[in-house]
Design a protein around this ligand. Structure first.
Ligand code: SF4
Length: 366
């Protein structure tokens, strides 16, 4: 077993929550999109409501392509979660409509407490967030008071409030290196694969919570090797929430934004992409002449219905977006004291990013 990696039984909340995933899949199977012949009118209706309400739509790369296109064509934004929140912070709109998962809405609210933050579906969650309950995480921190607490963006406001630092996947490495140089020992949560990757890259002393992403955890080594053999010129792009053997085959390991940038910059025609397949819409839009293949999840023993798509991200659709704007419901609330504490860990990261000149688009997470 890896040094400093604490063993947690599979039924610990830090382990992948399969029943929650199944519930989300059931939700995601509900219709979220209109009939094709009704789509154009619905999009026009949503745009008008956004305008009338002084609202702006910010969407994640993993939500469906209609929402991504609508965000951009209505003056909103598509990016990773932190850039979404930063965009919302800088935009004058009083209402932010966040198409993504719950922790993204909460982060937007923490950074913009005076604004109204709405989401198409408040039940859209994340296995990393669900697998790291605030009370159990607090007990874990209490048991290791000598460690600096670093949490990934994919956590609840309460967990962020307990942290010293919040990080996203593209800034996690420089921040952990910085802490290591200061002689700090780290308590990391919740993604075990990302934590292991950062520990390997930095050599830092890291104690890992054992959470995982239900999408990235499903990429299959043998099937990926077979796909690579069939496409020997393809470059392999991998998000670091993926298991170690998948990362070991990557040409590029990075956050959503870093992978999109790599797909544009690399001189290759074919790419195999190991992250949620929602990202392919942006990659194909930016590089229409390149070929993007999904890394396989249909190996031997897949459990997450092998779809390469987050069941919670799939809860976002045109129909529930329209409903939220019509009814003004599904507002995100974060208790003020929790938000103020959580903001400290987020602000620390933002200040560090400025200090090292990390570009705005590049702070991204899942
Ligand atoms: S893709 Fe994974 S990390 Fe991203 S929101 Fe879904 S479950 Fe969470």
């Amino acid at each position: 077993m890896q040094k400093n990696l604490i063993p947690i039984p599979y039924d610990h909340p830090g382990a992948t929550n399969q029943s929650a995933c199944s519930t989300a899949q059931a939700w995601a199977s509900q219709p979220r999109d209109p009939k094709p012949e009704e789509k154009a009118a619905l999009i026009a209706h949503i745009k008008q409501m956004l305008k009338d309400q002084g609202a702006v739509l910010v969407a994640h790369y993993y939500v469906n392509s209609d929402l991504q296109d609508l965000a951009e064509s209505s003056g909103g934004y598509v990016s990773d979660s932190l850039d979404m929140a930063k965009f919302g912070y800088e935009h004058p709109a009083r209402t932010l409509v966040v198409a993504g998962v719950r922790f993204m809405g909460e982060t937007a609210k923490i950074l913009n407490p005076e604004k109204r933050v709405l989401m198409p579906d408040l039940e859209a969650n994340c296995s990393l967030d669900l697998g790291c309950p605030a009370d159990e995480f607090a007990a874990f921190c209490d048991a290791h008071p000598d460690r600096t607490v670093v949490v990934y963006a994919n956590t609840s406001a309460q967990v962020k409030a307990r942290a010293d630092w919040m990080v996203t996947s593209s800034i996690a490495l420089p921040i952990v290196r910085h802490l290591k140089e200061q002689g700090k020992k780290i308590l990391w949560a919740p993604d075990r694969h990302l934590g292991r990757y950062i520990q390997e890259q930095t050599g830092a002393d890291m104690l890992l919570w054992q959470g995982s992403c239900v999408v990235h955890d499903e990429f299959k080594l043998v099937a990926l090797e077979e796909l690579m053999a069939a496409h020997p010129a393809a470059r392999v792009l991998v998000h670091p929430e993926s298991p170690e053997p998948i990362i070991a085959l990557a040409d590029v390991v990075g956050s959503t934004t870093q992978l999109i940038n790599a797909s544009q910059a690399l001189d290759a025609h074919e790419f195999i992409v190991a992250t949620d397949n929602g990202i392919l819409h942006k990659m194909r839009t930016l590089s229409p002449n390149k070929v993007f293949l999904e890394a396989p999840t249909r190996g031997y023993g897949a459990t997450c219905v092998s779809c390469n798509h987050c069941p919670w991200m799939a809860m976002n659709g045109l129909l529930n977006l329209a409903e939220v704007l019509e009814q003004g419901n599904n507002e995100i609330h974060v208790e003020r004291a929790v938000g103020e504490r959580a903001r400290v860990s987020i602000q620390r990261m933002l200040d560090f990013a400025k200090q090292i000149n990390l570009p705005g688009k590049g702070l991204g997470n899942a």
